[in-house]
Design a protein around this ligand. Structure first.
Ligand code: DOR
Ligand code: ZN
Length: 344
């Protein structure tokens, strides 16, 4: 049995770092494991301009503990009012690597998101022309559509028409959760990738209700049936370069998760690589972990692969019950349970 794995240092292609005191507490977890991360812009207020992204990047770097290295790859938050000029400024800044599409109201801090993609055409055409990727939260927000079907319906209603209109637009289908999304990405022509979280590889929707309501397994897009989880495992371990690592680690204070109307998001930054290793190990595909974690992402974004390495050991350890976060705490995924891999 393999007892250690050495990997080229991975990157996280989808991450929520938040801001202020929370940022200070969560950033070291990510920076310990990953060299770079695509940083989501859903702050309050959202990061909608190149100037705001530049300022946010400076706050992230200022929060990084001495001696740690980490490169935040910034994103803009697409709104109905994002102009083609702003896209130009973003590309000129050299620090913005994508523009995030949140359908209005889809998830945490998505109120300012896009109400109608038709209103964003000037920005999207500019992104296509300049090669700046669109990072998509792929769920319709139509209350008539069953929560578990929102990703599949998004493909038909939004993604297919959009890609017909802008076939050369670079696009990442973020945190995919269904076999429909896996198939769509596999078949798609052009420059298309998809991120997959560790929690969607490890759990199906039973985890949300095992013995009672379990808010720490609630995220968006929500966990799906086992058949979908298996499709995600097959995609992640296939070696197909379209699929890469994106944790979607999304910290919320414990009290807002364990709440009558709990927030969406799983906190996995603490133990991200261990969780992915567990999922790949269970699938008998540890040999596919490095390309998924460390090669496919930078290749998609046109960035160099990292040159240093990290090591994981097969050692059992217990995930803490909670971790300090600002004036509260955050509960990591699988808190109190044991993991078989340890990042060393
Ligand atoms: O579960 C989620 N949490 N999904 C998202 O899309 C947003 C994220 C957050 O920011 O908390
Ligand atoms: Zn996210």
């Amino acid at each position: 049995m393999t007892s250690t794995i050495t990997l080229t240092r991975p990157d996280d292609w989808h991450l929520h770092l938040r801001d202020g005191v929370v940022l200070r507490d969560v950033l070291p977890h990510t920076a310990r494991q990953f060299a770079r991360a695509i940083v989501m812009p859903n702050l309050k207020p959202p990061v909608t301009t190149a100037a705001m992204a530049t300022a946010y990047r400076a706050r992230i770097l200022a929060a990084l503990p001495e001696g740690m290295h980490f490169e935040p790859l910034m994103t803009l938050y697409l709104t109905d009012n994002t102009s083609a000029d702003e896209i130009h400024r973003a590309v000129d800044s050299g620090i913005v690597h994508g523009v995030k599409l949140y359908p209005a109201g889809a998830t945490t801090n998505a109120d300012a998101g896009v109400t109608d993609l038709g209103r964003c055409m000037a920005a999207l055409e500019q992104m296509q022309a300049l090669g700046l990727p669109l990072l998509v939260h792929g769920e319709v927000t139509d209350g008539e559509i069953d929560l578990f079907d929102r990703e599949a319906v998004f493909i038909d209603r939004v993604l297919i028409p959009l890609r017909r209109q802008l076939p050369a637009l670079k696009l990442v289908f973020e945190h995919i959760t269904t076999k429909e999304a896996v198939h769509y990405v596999q078949e798609a022509e052009g420059h298309m990738g998809a991120t997959i979280t560790a929690h969607h590889l490890l759990y199906n929707r039973n985890a949300l209700f095992k013995g009672g309501v379990r808010p720490h397994y609630y995220c968006l897009p929500v966990l799906k049936r086992e058949t979908h989880r298996q499709a995600l495992i097959a995609a992640a371990t296939s070696g197909n370069a379209k699929f890469f690592l994106g944790t979607d680690s999304a910290p919320h204070p414990k009290g807002l998760k364990e709440h009558a109307c709990g927030c969406a998001g799983c906190y996995t930054a603490l133990h991200a690589m261990e969780l992915y290793a567990q999922a790949f190990d269970q699938a008998g595909a540890l040999d596919k972990l490095e390309a998924f974690s460390s090669f496919h992402g930078p290749d998609f974004y046109g960035l160099p692969r990292n040159t240093d390495t990290v090591r994981l050991e097969r050692t059992e350890w217990r995930i803490p019950d909670e971790l300090p976060m600002g004036d509260s705490t955050v509960v990591p995924l699988d808190a109190g349970q044991s993991l078989n891999w340890k990042f060393v």
